[in-house]
Design a protein around this ligand. Sequence first.
Ligand code: SF4
Length: 367
Amino acid sequence: MRVTFPHMGTLHLTLDTLFRRLGTEIISPPPTTKETLAIGMQYSPEFACLPLKLMLGNFIQAVEQGADAIIMCGGCGPCRLGHYAQVQQEILHDLGYHADMIVLEANIGQLLPQIRKLAPSKSWREIYQNIQVAWGKMTAIDEVEHLMHQIRPRAVDPASVTKIYEHGLQLFSHMHTPAEIAKVKEDTAKELREVPVDNRKRLLRVGIVGELFVALEPLVNQEIERHLGNMGVAVERTIYISDWVRGHLFWNHEARRHREAVAQAAGPYLQHWVGGHGLESIGRTIQLARQGYDGVIQVFPFTCMPEIVAKSILPRVSEDYNIPVMTLVLDEHAGEAGIMTRLEAFIDLMARRRNQEELYHECILGR
Ligand code: SF4
């Protein structure tokens, strides 16, 4: 069995390590490009959400390279994610591609037996140990990325920060043992901390909320984090893939508390889960406003139901908490130039508000 999986941010680096260590033969799809999107768009229903199209493109490219089994995530509604795997399998079948679809549910009780099927020669103990190693890699990559977001807007040369991070990812892709992973993390973090920075810069702070796939996939979100960082804006993305795993698979005390706090913040506006990260988009926007952020950007793909619900509520949150919120709805027609224009206008708006507030405190209140 030669297994493949979809791309979503840096997820493939972790899955690569997990399945390699479990002895499962893998065919990683080529990096997601415009060609992947074109393939996915050609064969997907027009109104399917963008992640379905891109993942289908990944699968077709990987199956053409010899993959005969596809790992895909499941879902339990209320959005369409739970139907993705079946729809994609039917499309592949109609196109004459024969690959088994292995649907991994976001539930550790169901997930473990499915992983066991992919690694029949491994004991439960070995499976557990290898999941631990892969988890260590996922958190290491996310920590380095988070550090990169903190340093880039302060850097004298922001491009050099991106370069160090990308080089770190290259190194991570070849590392599959805990010692190797820890070394790359340490070296990359050290290099990032040594980048010359200008600590006198007064940074605007922006939070990113929204749908997971779009928030994590730079090709889809037009690299907004890089653009913002290059323009001297500190970005706090509210979702990392390790957060999702912690909250959905490990479901530990810390994750539960975090989820409860977000739901509580969102409570006056939305009292139930609407699928995806719709509820989180509301709750996290309120938390960011309370933490004094200058603005929030909501990102999601065209036709994403949970985020459409959140979008309809966010103007009220924005007014009540006096925080600007910009929504970017992304689809296959989104272009970098248009996104840049909107980002620049949003930065301008936040900077004016910040200056007015500071002036008000200095002149009117005398402090
Ligand atoms: S969260 Fe949105 S984009 Fe993701 S599967 Fe659900 S509807 Fe589609």
